[in-house]
Write a protein that binds this ligand. Structure first.
Ligand SMILES: *Cc1c(COP(=O)(O)O)cnc(C)c1O
Length: 383
């Protein structure tokens, strides 16, 4: 991090969020206008013309996102997948090739394998932890290496700096989906990534009340190309959605601290529980990616997966018996969620290389009082 940069929480609260010049409003207003009065033909005030192209509430969010990820350009979209689609159709063309981690988010895999494939964009799943396999998967037409770390739901870790090296040797971009870590715990652009992708639906929004996505890039020229396509393709974040994410960002640091403090206590509990065969959490010293995670992240996050010794039926039962942990998809909100990836978030991966084990349970640990969370898991796991 550059010395001149204000601290993370200061940026989260202030970057792009100066008090309103006209009224002094301390909080960025929700600018619901679609259009802007021109002072003479083409005489724009502050560059605003039409709200698909630019909107002041969205601009504030975009500047804050760029500041948090230490990029030059931030862009806010209607969803994480809208951001991904815009990115991939900007940097790829028919005949382009994408290498992606073997357990990328299911929606990302579906976009690449079912939608973009119809426009002649090819892909190869690869193990991002095996540099030789990764280099072997790269082709002359490879434009993107797509990396998620930690992954969903297996919490695998990839070495961002090493993957960036492979991508750049091949003349490709390294894209990192930073949804699970959030910029508070990991800033991929500072490790050599070219593009960061977020589902702001998750930790950045943080309150399970808005669907959104974002891109942040290091290179300003790539930022301009993407901003052109953001406008040309039109999948922008609406002003109220942008405002909700902006409000969420302000507390990202304190929420993440609490998410991971609670997660650490729950990991301890699960590690000592006889019904648990294996806990998957990058903070555990026996996790295969622990060393890399400790190097490239400033904390291990609030997501935990674990496998039940008694198999799938036991996993389903735990999910259904939990009460304070709400049985639901998604993650990253203040409330704790529990789910069965094999039957819920990752059901569409059945039979594919991305299939997840049936005995797996995933927790998104919220910021409630940890004693209450532990008591709920304790009763849910008395099988
Ligand atoms: C949810 C999610 C996405 C997709 O984002 P949406 O906002 O649901 O479109 C992408 N990547 C990861 C890791 C996610 O968890």
């Amino acid at each position: 991090m550059k010395d001149s940069l204000p601290g993370f929480n200061t940026r989260a609260i202030h970057a792009g969020q100066e008090p309103d010049a006209a009224t002094g409003a301390v909080i960025v207003p929700v600018h619901l206008t679609t259009t802007y009065k021109q002072d003479g033909v083409g005489g724009l005030r502050g560059g605003y013309e039409y709200s698909r192209s630019a909107n002041p509430t969205r601009t504030a969010l975009q500047e804050a996102l760029a500041a948090l990820e230490q990029g030059t350009t931030g862009m806010a979209f209607a969803s994480g997948l809208a951001a991904e689609d815009t990115l991939l159709r900007t940097v790829c063309e028919p005949g382009s090739h994408i290498v992606l981690g073997g357990d990328a988010y299911g929606g990302t895999f579906r976009l690449i394998s079912r939608v973009l494939s119809r426009w002649g964009i090819e892909h190869t799943p690869a193990d991002l932890n095996d540099a030789d396999a990764l280099r072997a998967a790269v082709r002359p037409t490879t434009r993107v290496i797509w990396c998620e770390t930690p992954t969903n739901p297996l919490l695998n870790i990839a070495d961002i700096a090493l993957t960036a090296e492979v991508a750049h040797d091949a003349g490709a971009l390294l894209v990192v989906d930073n949804t699970f870590a959030s910029p508070y715990l990991q800033q991929p652009l500072t490790l050599g990534a070219d593009v960061v992708v977020h589902s702001t639906t998750k930790y950045l929004g943080g309150h399970s009340d808005v669907v959104g996505g974002a891109l942040v890039v290091a290179d300003a020229e790539l930022g301009e190309r993407l901003a052109y396509h953001q406008n040309a393709m039109g999948a922008v974040a609406g002003p109220f959605d942008a405002w909700l994410v902006l409000r969420g960002l302000k507390t990202l640091g304190v929420r993440m601290d609490r998410h991971q403090d609670n997660a650490a206590r729950i990991v301890d509990f699960l590690e000592g529980h006889p019904a648990v065969a294996r806990v998957l959490y990058p903070g555990l010293p026996d996790h295969p990616g622990h060393g890399i995670a400790a190097r490239q992240m400033s904390g291990f996050g609030g997501m935990i997966s674990f496998r039940l010794a008694a198999g799938e039926e036991a996993a389903l039962k735990v999910c259904e018996r939990a009460q304070l942990f709400t049985l639901a998809e998604s993650l990253g909100g203040v409330e704790s969620l529990i789910e069965h990836p094999g039957r819920m978030t990752h059901a569409s991966a059945a039979g594919s290389p991305l299939e997840v084990p049936g005995d797996l349970v995933r927790l998104s640990v919220g910021i409630e009082d940890v004693e209450d969370l532990l008591a709920d898991l304790d009763q849910a796991m008395t099988l």
